[in-house]
Write a protein that binds this ligand. Sequence first.
Ligand SMILES: Nc1nc2c(c(=O)[nH]1)N[C@H]1C(S)=C(S)[C@@H](COP(=O)(O)O)O[C@H]1N2
Ligand SMILES: [Mo]
Length: 313
Amino acid sequence: MLIKRPSDIKSSEITDEAIYLRRREFMQATAGLALMPLFGAAVAKTSALAELKFKKNSKLSSSETLTDYNSITTYNNFYEFGTDKSSPAKHAHRLTTSPWSIVVDGHAKKTGKFDLEDILKPHSLEERIYRLRCVERWSMVVPWVGFSLADLIKRFQPTSKAKYVAFETLHRPEEMTGQKRSVLEWPYVEGLRMDEAMNPLTILAVGLYGKTMPNQNGAPIRLVVPWKYGFKSIKSIARISFVEKEPPTSWNISIPSEYGFYSNVNPEVDHPRWSQKKERRIGEFLRRDTLMFNGYAEQVAHLYKGMDLKKYY
Ligand SMILES: Nc1nc2c(c(=O)[nH]1)N[C@H]1C(S)=C(S)[C@@H](COP(=O)(O)O)O[C@H]1N2
Ligand SMILES: [Mo]
């Protein structure tokens, strides 16, 4: 008998919670039997997630097979909840994501502290299927639900001094228990050059697979920059600042020789400790070639014209 492995079940089959749950049961039932996907049958502790209203943006979406929901929500990097991939799914439920506010400051006409609801109100949500390529050489295909960062930036009317946008994650060690250890400097910080932030591909995501963002994936709101290594896509954003100078970024502060400000996916520029030429798509066995700018060269290569990408890694 041919047993359908979880990783063979197409994402298009996952149409609603009922099917997802049945599939989860199937995964648990076959856990010892079938060749499990790399990340096993771990099931995330997620509270009831709300259905989101959104339109599909097929023009900006990848047509590749989606990574299954279970892998996306149980194999995470979110050091605020621990350094191994399974920790965020176990501990991120502690984070209070409502109420949530974001401080917007720096070189802009409109600044202040805003409730997340007020931040979200004017934006209609879109589903965008993007590849995410982690610097550690695994990749996923995720159906994000979010909106264009450019649309948000315009509302705050940055001045001509705003050359970069800096982002900061919440700092709340009582809930983000990983922040009690100094594995990174807290809060996690990231940044983009203004033209990168304004690129139509860059989004703020509030959900995935049609529902509110699971905490371990960066609830209630996180950045997604699909042509850059995963660590640029900062989670659980509590501050957005319009700044004149290149802002500090967590991984660059931590290990500057390995992680630069730009961190564009680039198979030609090796990480000092490993090649970036190949990647493993979660759920697949054979490795794939990593694509320049994670496959988004057509949309973003112009941003780096004339720049030495070995120097600006
Ligand atoms: N605040 C914060 N944001 C973060 C991280 C983190 O540790 N803290 N990890 C990054 C890394 S290394 C990756 S690969 C992606 C993973 O996103 P995902 O768990 O939704 O797949 O989140 C990024 N955003
Ligand atoms: Mo990553």
